[in-house]
Design a protein around this ligand. Structure first.
Ligand code: ADP
Ligand code: MG
Length: 367
C-alpha cells in the first residue's frame, strides 16, 4: 500500500498543503527548521494517531490554529483505495475517519497504514527500556499474526485483574485462580506468536544487517519474560509473596525483551551511534520484509534525516535496501544532492523542497 495523496492542515509550521507523493521514493529536502520532520510527523499522525516527537499532541497543533488535520488517500494492495482522516483539536477532541466512518480505535489506522519510523532517536530501540523493544516486537507480530490482537487484549485484562487482586485482595481465591489460568493461557499464546515471529525475523535481519554493515557475531535473541524451563503458573506461584509486596506481577510476557549482543556485550554499550542506527535500520527493514511476505499490506517508511551519522558508503547501502523493499519511503535530508543519485532506473523518485512551511515538488516521479 502507499499514500497517493496527503493533505495537511494546522500541523506545526506547515502551511495547508495537498500533494501526491511517489509510490516509492520521496525525498523531502530543505534547510533546518523548514518543516521536514513536521511533514513526517503528519504522516505518523495519520497512521498511529500520535506523534513521535512528543507524547502530547497539543504542541503539534500550529500556534494560531484550533486543530491539526491530516487526510490520506491510501492505495490498497488488494486494489481499490481507502480514505483516512485524523483531526485533533486544542480541547483534546479526536476524530478518526476511515472511508467516511468514525473509527473506534487507532489500531484500525495502524492496520491500514503500517508505518516504520527511522530517525535520529532510533538508537533508543537498542539503548532504551525493554518496553520499546516489546513495542517493536509486537508491532511485527500484530501485522503478521491476525490472532495477536485478541490474545493481547485477553492478556491485558487478566493481568489487570491479577495486579488489582495483588494490591487489594478483593477477589475470592477460586475466582482469582480462574483469572490466573486465563493469564497463563494468554501468556503462552503470546509467547508462541512472538517466538514464531522472531524465528522468521532473525534470518532476514541477519541478511539485511550483513548488507548494511560489517558486525560479525551480532546476535538477536528473545527473552519471553519468565524462565524458559518453567511453566508460568509455577513461576507465579513461587513469586506470589514478592508480587504482593510489589503490587504487580513480576514475570510474564509483559516483561519480554529482545537482546542484541556482540562478543559478550550488550550491543548498545559498545556500538557507535552510526552502527546503532544501522542495526536499528536492519531490524526495521527486516520487519518490512516480513509484513510484505504476510501480504496483509506493505509498510510505509518514514526516514528522518537519513544522512545523519552515516558515511557515504553506509548511506548508499541503506538507500539500496530501502529501495529493494519496494515500499513507499519518505526520506528527509538537508542536502538532496547526497541522495539524488544512485537509485535504479525505473524507480519512481519524487523530490520535494520544504521551505518555511511550504512544500514544492521539484522533481516529479512521472517525468
Ligand atoms: N505548534 C507549532 N506551530 C508552529 N510552528 C511550530 C510548532 N511547533 C514547532 N514549530 C516550528 O516548526 C518549524 C519546523 O520544524 P521541523 O519540522 O522540525 O523542521 P526540520 O525538520 O525541517 O528541521 C520549526 O522552526 C519550529 O520552531
Ligand atoms: Mg528535522
Amino acid at each position: 500500500m502507499s499514500l497517493s495523496r496527503i493533505s495537511v492542515t494546522g500541523v506545526r509550521n506547515l502551511h495547508p498543503v495537498t500533494f501526491s507523493p511517489s509510490p516509492r521514493i520521496n525525498i523531502l529536502y530543505g534547510a533546518n527548521g523548514s518543516g521536514k520532520t513536521s511533514l513526517l510527523e503528519a504522516i505518523h499522525l495519520l497512521g498511529l494517531a500520535r506523534s513521535f516527537r512528543s507524547t502530547r499532541l497539543q504542541p503539534v497543533i500550529q500556534y494560531d490554529q484550533p486543530a491539526c488535520t491530516v487526510f490520506g488517500q491510501v492505495l490498497l494492495n488488494e486494489g481499490g483505495q481507502s480514505n483516512l482522516g485524523i483531526s485533533r483539536d486544542r480541547q483534546g477532541e479526536f476524530q478518526i475517519r476511515i472511508d467516511g466512518q468514525n473509527a473506534k480505535s487507532a489500531a484500525q489506522l495502524a492496520e491500514t497504514l503500517p508505518l516504520q519510523l527511522i530517525n535520529p532517536d532510533s538508537f533508543r530501540l537498542l539503548e532504551g527500556a525493554p518496553k520499546i523493544r516489546r513495542q517493536f516486537l509486537d508491532w511485527g507480530v500484530f501485522h503478521v499474526e491476525p490472532r495477536f490482537m485478541a490474545t493481547w487484549q485477553r492478556l491485558q485484562k487478566a493481568l489487570r485483574q491479577r495486579n488489582s487482586w495483588l494490591r487489594h485482595g478483593t477477589l475470592d481465591v477460586a475466582s482469582q485462580a480462574a483469572w490466573d489460568r486465563e493469564l497463563c493461557l494468554a501468556s503462552d499464546e503470546i509467547d508462541v506468536f512472538r517466538r514464531a515471529y522472531i524465528k522468521a525475523l532473525k534470518p532476514v535481519f541477519e541478511k539485511t544487517l550483513s548488507e548494511l554493515v560489517q558486525l560479525d557475531g551480532l546476535t538477536l535473541s528473545y527473552f519471553r519474560g519468565w524462565d524458559k524451563e518453567k511453566e508460568l503458573s509455577t513461576v507465579l506461584a513461587s513469586s506470589l509473596h514478592r508480587d504482593q509486596q510489589m503490587g504487580h506481577t513480576q514475570s510474564g510476557p509483559q516483561r519480554a525483551d529482545l537482546r542484541l549482543r556482540l562478543g559478550g556485550h550488550n550491543a548498545a554499550d559498545i556500538l557507535s551511534r552510526g552502527q546503532q542506527k544501522l542495526v536499528v535500520c536492519a531490524l526495521r527493514i527486516a520487519q518490512g520484509h516480513l509484513v510484505n511476505q504476510a501480504r496483509r499490506g506493505q509498510c510505509i517508511y518514514l526516514v528522518d534525516d537519513l544522512p545523519s551519522e552515516l558515511d557515504e558508503h553506509h548511506r548508499s547501502a541503506l538507500c539500496r535496501l530501502l529501495e529493494e523493499l519496494r515500499c513507499q519511503v519518505f526520506i528527509t535530508c538537508v542536502d538532496h544532492e547526497l541522495l539524488r543519485e544512485g537509485w535504479q532506473a525505473g524507480t519512481p523518485v519524487a523530490l520535494f523542497h520544504v521551505e518555511q512551511g511550504d512544500i514544492t515538488q521539484t522533481h516529479d516521479h512521472r517525468e
